[in-house]
Design a protein around this ligand. Sequence first.
Ligand SMILES: [Zn+2]
Ligand SMILES: [Zn+2]
Length: 488
Amino acid sequence: MLRYLVVKDAARGVAMSYFDSIGVLLMPLLRASLQRWQQQRLRLRLRQQQQYAGVAAIVGAADEGAGTRGGSAKSATCSSEGVVRGDKMWSVQAEAGVMVTLAKLVRWDVAHLSDGRSRSGGMPNPFGVDSLLLAMISFLASGCNSSSLPSLLPLATPAPTAAQQGGDCLVGVGGGEWALAAAVVRRGLGEMADLCGGEALPAIAALSEEMVAFMKRPGSANRMLTGVGSPNGQPVLSATVKLLAVSVFNIVCHCSPAALMAAVPQRTLAAMARLVREVEKRMRRLGGAAANPTVAFDVQQSSGLLSLAVMVLTSDEALRVACVPGWLWGTPRPRGSDDQVDCELQQLSNLTGPDYATTCPIVRVHSTMAASLAGKTWRTDREACWPMVMALARKHLQTQKAFSVGSKVRWWSESFVRRGGGGEGGGEAVWHWPPRSLRLCNNPGCGNFGGASEEELDLKKCRCRAVRYCGPACQKEHWHAGHKAVCM
Ligand SMILES: [Zn+2]
Ligand SMILES: [Zn+2]
């Protein structure tokens, strides 16, 4: 029904209120259903262990003293005999398919912003409280919120049982299967977050550009700046800008490097910088910060969030070359004074694609930690100093408590750790981008919203089996748009 409402132009008002209620309800519903699934798994596992205990009693004590290794080998045969069957797999797409539809719709909408076919209409007011695109984007970006999809991750891990803690020969009975099932769920959650963030980032860039264009029209945005329209009585415009900045930060914290690279966060950051600067300009014209304290606060927060986003991107080795290469630099600060961060919004807003190269650092951290960079210059020593800069970014994020490296804020980093450290079930899946476990048409230009959900479209795999399409038209379009180069 939501798919229908979202897709039909006439239902705009209804769809808006649906976003609100779904936004509130979706996560508790997902959490509850995931908990139910885990309970089921737990019961199933206990049953398997009981059956196994029965079998073990017959086999006798011959294997005694074989230790845990023998135990897990036996459990493998036990589970391969298929003693207990019939549990249902939990699928994030079945539970939250609306997010897939929305991601696709936002992508389609943004692609058609300029030709007037966008469902958001002719953009008379792209950042009003009633903007459909803004509502869709914030809903989508909320998937990367730490209280959202990421918070479900702990539910998708097999719980240790008494047997595991006791270390007897029942270790691993049914556990291997469970670990596998949990890995599949985690991969689904990860791909869903990637999809949300991966589509939201370019959409935020497009929306920001749209908003800047709108503000440059004479007389259009002054009212928006001072107008109080949001429920908590804040000026609409600056509150919206801050909301977008929060979204960008959450997305860079929770999406995998592959999804981030594909989404070109540099473009979003530069577009956001232009937007923040435009709001700043308006504010100055309307009497400055003193006359508009709320707006000034929002502007300051937004620019702070953007520099934090740059730091998160910099802190990641996997993104070093691809995203914001060398945007960050540190300056030693005399002992005793507080750490400080400057964000060169002007510099950032001047950057353009495709490589978004800069001639001087965008974000400068003044801290005692940056002492190691003393005597080095950004211009000449950037390449040699990147490990120090990366460490500086991490350290600063930790002291800001914005992002703790050890707290699994970043899901994928957890997967990487597992992959590197071997651990149990060495084949722990690092999720794929574009998503493999989520079913959706991989043609970015796909406008097929038939069926009750994306899952119900008759999707056919490409011969490379990595991507799916809803039909030959989409396959052809995507083939010429670039799949040709990567298809194997
Ligand atoms: Zn399609
Ligand atoms: Zn292919």
